[in-house]
Ligand binder design. Structure first.
Ligand code: SF4
Length: 730
């Protein structure tokens, strides 16, 4: 039996782990006691159910083991096993034909989170000449990154220190999401009385530990932030020195928020006045403070505006780049960074201009990103790294519409990796029709999924345990390891590097893929540090970046004005309002009262459901037993009014369609709001069409609209929190 060191990639906590392996079998994944920050991780890793079920997942009989080619009609679940060479040859051959007929932009890709080498995929597409790859970045941390780059000149990262007096957990970012941050916040509260403020429409696990909970009406967080800013300014609580020295546009911000009195803020947000006042007072007096980067706020319609307002709140209190507040996360300097590998400069301006949705949703697009990164490069000497991680490329809803309608041109081929569009994209019925139109659909995954059932080729992927990896998220060169292939000789799973390289070589990119394996590629990336990948592993597999706080005092901020831009000149240059602005969600009891008569409840989706990770792990029996069915959280008072019993299956309906979930009485939600779990499918059921593992039955994204008209007009994100629905008995 051997023990191998690794970084768990089964969720974004990325815990350092040690893996027990016997021969080619994974026995167990355990917390790693030797890792430099082991203490901070230990309780999280120890408690994790996914970790404990890792062997069941890894050796699951449903894993894909060999390349499959469709043998029946699309969706019939009839497959023939083929070799990788045949798969690569045939896929590349078909891509060549499509490119010759329709140009490289007719080839696109979809990706997910934390499972793939994003820079490698982007390299392939950049060399190919297609800007049309999409991820979930526009509703997942992308806006926080791009706005942080626009406002502060770099990404801020909340770190709880001994002097932190307040931790704000806003729209998630606490337990079940970012557990390491959360355990540090809880510890600080327990040991020295640091306050925790939670802003969330639901009484989540975090609320149990909160000193103040603001139960905000979904989609109105911008008004809350503006109300808090106004109160802090009116009561002279803001950090004058920081504002005078380091903020651009304070007077404009002051004028913009002036109408958001406590009373008005309360009326909009449904939060009682005394709580809004207390929140503003705490935020204005308990410094330094940190704000978690919860993603709930990025899944509402006004997502850029709320992130902007939240950053302005951070800034006027000087909660930026001081110990105990939100600080810049530095990259480790002596490596080749992922952006350089991604070869963005190889995509010509003509092809870049064809980015689907890029002209309309300009912030999270090449246009916005190039503007941001020009300034950042001046100070940091390199580009911001959000492009690679958060897909500043095509706009996903525009991408699927182009597939379906051919407007402005047809996307004809798509390669899906680490994503499951039928579960993760809004308006599932539209995505379903769009995927049917493809001339070539390739899916690379661990398991057969509803989306994979619609593919022409399904390719088996290695998990993080079956391939080496340098994990550099959060600007650390994290630890890595290599596990052998699960059962060499019996199965033939490959990592994404192989996929992109082999296709690239067949499509004329030979000269650009000099590294024959991931290890060789990592040798190249580590070369500036003087280490090979093997030496890096042997010497502790961890390189920490320098800890510098307050660099702006010397160099200023990497924004066009050199200051924190409360008034955001980047947004202005892109043709948008440079200040935070509140507006009603596109569908709400106030913006669409007629619609609200038919659909009287506010629907939110997307809250994290343990032990799952979005659409993953539902086939692992041990994990599924913990949470076997999809649940709709509904206030008992409202449920009784509707004649709905606790535990009863109900219909949830929006103008787009209806799904069914099990009503669960939950007093921690406003009677006017319900929460439906997302990403539900049933891997144990029939895979062939029309059933597709029951993907249309309980999948909240059937209900979610992503029409470009209702997307955030700056970034293109579509709202999954704050729609209108009705709930009724089956
Ligand atoms: S799945 Fe569990 S062990 Fe793995 S990174 Fe997440 S919390 Fe840590």
């Amino acid at each position: 039996m051997e023990i191998k060191k690794a970084v768990c990639s089964q969720c974004h906590n990325n815990c350092p782990v040690q893996i027990r392996v016997e021969g080619n079998r994974l026995l167990a994944v355990e917390p790693d006691p030797d890792f430099p920050a082991a203490k901070a991780f230990y309780p999280v890793t120890q408690a994790c159910r996914r970790r404990r079920a890792a062997a069941d997942y890894f050796h699951h009989p449903g894993r894909l083991n060999y390349p499959l080619k469709r043998a029946g009609r699309r969706g019939q679940d009839k497959w023939e096993e083929i070799s990788w060479d045949q798969a690569f040859d045939e896929i590349a051959g078909r891509l060549k034909e499509i490119i010759a007929e329709s140009g490289p932009e007719a080839v696109g890709g979809t990706s997910g989170t934390g499972r793939t080498h994003d820079e490698i995929r982007q390299r392939f597409f950049n060399l190919l000449g297609s800007p049309n790859h999409v991820g979930m970045g526009a509703i997942c941390y992308g806006p926080q990154c791009t706005m942080a780059h626009s406002v502060f000149g770099w990404r801020i990262f909340p770190v709880v220190r001994a002097d932190t007096k307040l931790a704000v957990v806003w729209g998630g970012g606490g337990p079940n999401y970012w557990d390491v941050f959360w355990s540090q916040a809880k510890k600080a509260r327990r040991e020295r009385g640091m306050k925790i403020m939670v802003i969330d429409p639901r009484a989540t696990e975090a609320v149990r530990h909160a000193d103040l909970w603001l139960q905000v009406r979904p989609g109105t967080d911008t008004a809350l932030a503006m109300g808090m800013i106004n109160y802090i300014i009116q009561n002279d609580l803001y950090n004058k020195e920081f504002v005078d020295t380091w903020c651009h546009g304070f007077e404009e911000l002051k004028a913009r928020v002036a109408e958001y009195t406590i009373a008005k803020t309360s009326e909009i947000t449904w939060i009682p006045e005394e709580k809004v006042r207390q929140a503003a007072e705490w935020y204005g007096t308990l410094t330094p403070g940190v704000t978690s980067h919860g993603e709930g706020i990025e899944e509402q319609a006004a997502l850029v505006e709320v992130v902007h307002a939240r950053y302005a709140l951070n800034a006027i209190m000087g909660n930026v780049e001081t110990r105990g507040s939100n600080v810049f996360a530095f990259p480790y300097p002596d490596v080749v960074h992922v952006e350089e590998v991604a070869a963005h400069e190889r995509l010509s301006p003509e092809q870049m201009a064809k980015t689907l949705g890029g002209d309309r949703f300009r912030l999270i697009s090449p246009k916005g990103f190039n503007l941001i990164t020009d300034t950042i490069r001046n100070l940091w000497g390199r580009e911001a790294y959000a492009r690679t991680a958060y897909e500043c490329y095509a706009h996903a809803p525009s991408f699927y519409r182009a597939m379906l309608t051919g407007e402005p041109y047809r996307v004809r081929a798509c390669i899906t990796q680490a994503s499951n569009p039928l579960l993760t994209q809004g308006n599932v019925n539209l995505v379903y029709q769009a995927l049917q139109k493809l001339d070539l659909y390739v899916v690379h995954d661990f398991f057969m999924t509803p989306s994979a059932q619609l593919a022409d080729y399904v390719l088996p992927s290695t998990t993080y345990m079956e391939r080496p990896w340098i994990w550099s998220y959060a600007a650390l060169i994290g630890s890595e390891r290599a596990l052998p292939k699960t059962v060499p000789g019996a199965y033939d799973r490959r990592d994404d590097y192989d996929l992109w390289r082999e296709l690239g070589i067949r499509l004329g990119q030979e000269a650009d893929w000099p590294w024959e394996s991931l290890e060789e590629y990592y040798d190249y990336r580590l070369a500036p540090s003087g280490l090979t990948f093997a030496e890096f592993m042997a010497q502790g597999r961890y390189l920490a970046p320098p800890k510098i706080v307050g660099r702006h005092e010397q160099d200023g901020f990497a924004t066009p004005t050199g200051k924190v831009e409360l008034y955001c000149t980047t947004l202005e240059k892109l043709g948008y309002d440079p200040l935070p602005r509140y507006y009603e969600p596109p569908a709400s009891p106030y913006s669409t009262p007629e619609l609200a008569e038919k659909y009287p409840l506010i629907l939110i989706t997307g809250g994290r459901v343990q032990p799952f990770y979005h659409s993953e792990y539902r086939q692992v029996e041990k994990l599924r037993k913990v949470h076997p069915e999809p649940q709709l959280q509904i206030n008992p008072e409202k449920a009784r009014e509707l004649g709905i019993e606790d535990g009863e299956w109900v219909w949830i309906e929006t103008p787009l369609g209806r799904i069914t979930q099990k009503a669960t009485y939950f007093t921690g939600i406003d009677p006017r709001v319900v929460h439906a779990e997302h990403a539900w499918w049933f891997p144990e059921e029939e895979g062939a069409e029309p059933h597709l593992y029951g993907v249309f039955r309980s999948n909240a994204n059937v209900l979610v609209d992503e029409d470009p008209e209702i997307c955030n007009q700056i970034s293109g994100g579509f709202p999954t929190r704050g729609m209108l629905c009705r709930v009724y008995k089956k």
